[in-house]
Design a protein around this ligand. Structure first.
Ligand code: IVH
Length: 719
């Protein structure tokens, strides 16, 4: 059976209903977090940076429209992923934050205007004052923070989740670009931040050596840099051609520079390599000229860059501007556009999803786009193909960006083979059963009518069943599922928990051995006990995703009650089965059906999908069989999004704190879910009062707003 690619049909953020937004938000947050782990902890990203940015952009877009969905756990408010095992953890003195992304020159003009407006409000700069920007290539590597005390290198840490990284001191000491001792006058305490990277030429050579030795080859220079630095044996790191560019500071006592550009000069003086392309632009126009110039020369630079970082040059302005959740207001990353390429559309395949929805996928002559070989691209649905009017044999333009898999943008008319016929959506499912394809009421989605009989759907459901948000069986990937299904080891979800009866058969399979079979069984056993909401989600009932599954779990409490209620709802609905929409209103609602319709997020349409699912005897059998194998834990109400006393609170900091800078304290408060504002009002929940506080402390007292001393703040924030 052909491997099925994941295709995400996307609705524009502006068109999402609140319910869709909630489900989509949950899905995206999980996905972004997963890609963060793959990228930061395992050095094994599955998607391109552009695709990642698109996911993240969509998540932020949804949060901008539905701010109630933003929680302290959202990946938009955190950076990276928690440290991996094997290295000691290091807390960064000041968090290592991230940069907002911009994609157009207009975005940069908006950025400069925002900066200017903010400064005009907070300082006395005159209208139209030029904002000088330092422009630095954005290196695609691994960011590090290196601590120097009295000029001596004492510790180096990866970014980790932004607050806590891994101690890679021993490994970093093996890099020639990193001075162990700073030259000249150095601050008493200084964190130097920058990027470890590998040049393209060294990356290719390293891969050749790795391949010759039968070792792991890396997907791209970034992964090879990260993988080389995160070696438990520093001797291996020493043998790898790693380089380092310094570009920022964390804590610095005393801070002897007034501008970013001056800091870059100091870095060179101390013995660091600073990117030679870094330029000081006095105006927006000059900054954009740097972007265009470097963009043209990008492919000829010896290392990969994915954009230009602009930083407000004046440090006093940086301090005034401060941070918003995970990124500074004073800097932005201007990404280079997604890469495009032309290739031949060999054909259009149709893939079957777990609910039978058919998705057309372009089968392409393999072509390299942005360093990755692409041979498939999504075509979304029949309407999209009609809109694009692409036909097999066409030369098409494709782009890697904005989606998990690449997109087809257009066909090249001059290249169309004469007489190429338009493509027609198949009328039969591509599976062996060749069941008829039906068009859904809304006309866009086409489905295989084979239901559970369709082998594609069976496999897709199993894949979904073991996936991360469902039973999360580690080590059991999609290809294994396909093979096990084909060979009859696995037909229904319950079979998974009976797989150990087939241990011998498994061990004899190619690619499986004693150890991997044992690991798989362990992974399966560890999931025999499962929370009700996960259980419901895993069943792959149409329209039931994570959040609706949770709502159902909350409503019904335990698996037996839930199942009994669903069956009753089904029977009640059946008794009233009235086929036309108009008559729906006249349906007499039974108690179980009514209860189902009243669950948060569920309306008549979803309720009907659910009861239809339970009307298929086969489905009920599968669930019963599964309940016999596993232990479904009753639903327990989850703790609120954050257990910090500051979550959801509005806070003001005033006066000087002895233990941390204002910026740091505000970033900390925001990371705990607080909203930090500049002035005290009745809506303020807490005012943290440092030394020499003035009118704000008084106003808090007048309004009866709760004030905290620095010690209380430290204690409550767990600092
Ligand atoms: S400054 C507070 N400068 O981009 C801002 N970052 O998305 C700190 N990066 O984590 C970052 N080149 O890994 C800065 N010249 C540069 C950079 C750069 C690459 C990376 C770095 C950072 C990420 C932010």
């Amino acid at each position: 059976m052909a491997r099925q690619a994941k295709v995400v049909a996307e609705i524009a953020v502006a068109a999402l209903t609140q319910r869709q937004a909630k489900a989509e938000h949950a899905r995206l947050a999980e996905e972004v977090a997963r890609h963060d782990r793959l990228y930061y902890q395992q050095d094994a990203p599955e998607i391109s940076d552009a695709a990642y940015d698109a996911l993240r952009g969509r998540l932020s877009g949804i949060e901008a429209r539905f701010p109630e969905l933003r929680t302290p756990e959202s990946p938009t408010t955190t950076v990276g992923a928690a440290p991996a095992r094997g290295f000691a953890k290091v807390r960064h003195g000041l968090p290592m934050l991230s940069l907002d992304n911009a994609f157009s020159e207009q975005d940069i003009a908006d950025f400069v205007n925002r900066v200017r407006r903010f400064l005009a409000r907070e300082t006395d700069i005159a209208d139209g004052t030029p904002i000088a920007l330092v422009c630095e290539p954005k290196i695609d590597g691994l960011s590090l923070s290196i601590r120097y005390e009295n000029g001596e290198l004492v510790r180096a840490a990866t970014r980790g989740d932004g607050s806590e990284g891994e101690d890679v001191t021993a490994n970093l000491r093996t890099l020639a670009d990193v001075p162990k001792k700073l030259k000249g006058r150095a601050p008493e305490r200084l964190d130097v931040r920058g990027e470890v990277y590998m040049s393209r030429a060294e990356f290719l050579k390293l891969n050749e050596r790795q391949a010759a030795a039968g070792d792991k080859v890396f997907a791209n220079p970034r992964n090879s840099a990260a993988g080389s630095l995160r070696q438990l044996d520093p001797a291996i790191t020493a043998s790898r051609p790693l380089a380092f560019f310094a570009y920022a500071w964390g804590e610095a006592e005393p801070r002897l520079w007034k501008t970013q550009f001056e800091f870059l000069e100091r870095l060179k003086g101390w013995g660091f390599k600073v990117n030679p392309e870094a330029k000081l632009a006095r105006t927006l126009e000059e900054a954009l000229a740097v972007y265009r110039d470097i963009g043209l020369r990008r492919a000829r630079l010896p290392y990969d860059i994915d954009g230009i970082v602009y930083k407000v040059d004046r440090v006093d302005w940086q301090e005034t501007l401060g941070f918003v959740s995970r990124s500074p207001r004073w800097a932005i990353a201007h990404k280079f556009p997604a890469e495009r390429a032309q290739t031949i559309l060999r054909g259009i395949a149709v893939q079957v999803g777990r609910t039978g929805a058919l998705t057309p996928v372009a089968d392409l002559e393999p072509v390299t786009v942005g360093g990755v070989v692409v041979s498939r691209a999504t075509l979304h649905n029949a309407d999209e193909i009609e809109r694009l009017d692409v036909r097999p044999g066409d030369t098409v333009e494709i782009q890697r960006a904005g989606d998990v898999i690449p997109q087809v943008l257009r066909f090249v008319p001059e290249m169309r083979p004469p007489g190429a016929p338009p493509w027609r959506f198949p009328e039969k499912c591509p599976c062996e059963l060749k069941t008829p394809v039906v068009r859904e009421e809304d006309g866009v989605v086409r489905r295989c009518s084979g239901g559970l009989e369709c082998p594609f759907q069976q496999v897709e459901r199993l894949r979904y069943f073991v996936s991360r948000n469902a039973f999360d069986i580690e080590g059991l990937g999609g290809t294994h599922i396909e093979n096990f299904w084909r060979d009859g080891l696995l037909k229904t979800p319950a079979d998974l928990f009976r797989l150990k009866d087939k241990a011998r058969e498994l061990r004899e399979r190619e690619g499986w051995g004693e150890q991997s079979v044992r690991n798989l069984f362990e992974a399966i056993e560890s999931r025999r006990s499962i929370a009700l909401d996960r259980f419901i989600n895993a069943l792959g009932i149409p329209m039931i995703g994570e959040s609706t599954a949770k709502a159902l779990a909350r409503e019904y409490g335990d698996a037996d009650t839930w199942l009994a209620q669903m069956l009753q709802a089904r029977d009640e609905r059946k008794a009233n089965d009235i086929p036309t929409k108009k008559e729906k209103a006249a349906v007499e609602i039974g108690p179980a059906y009514g209860r189902l319709c009243n669950v948060t997020d569920i309306g008549v349409t979803t309720a009907d999908k659910i009861v239809t699912f339970f009307a298929e005897g086969h489905n009920v059998g599968i669930i019963r069989e599964l309940i016999a194998e596993v232990e479904v834990q009753p639903f327990r109400a989850q703790r609120v999004a954050s257990n910090s006393p500051f979550a959801g609170k509005t806070m003001v900091f005033t006066g000087t704190l002895a233990s941390m800078s204002r910026e740091e304290a505000e970033a900390k408060a925001e990371s705990l879910g607080a909203k930090v504002t500049g002035s005290v009002s009745k809506k303020t929940d807490f005012v943290v009062v440092g030394a020499d506080a003035g009118s704000k402390a008084k106003k808090a007292a007048d309004l009866g707003v709760k004030t905290l001393t620095e010690d209380e703040w430290l204690q409550m924030s767990g600092s």
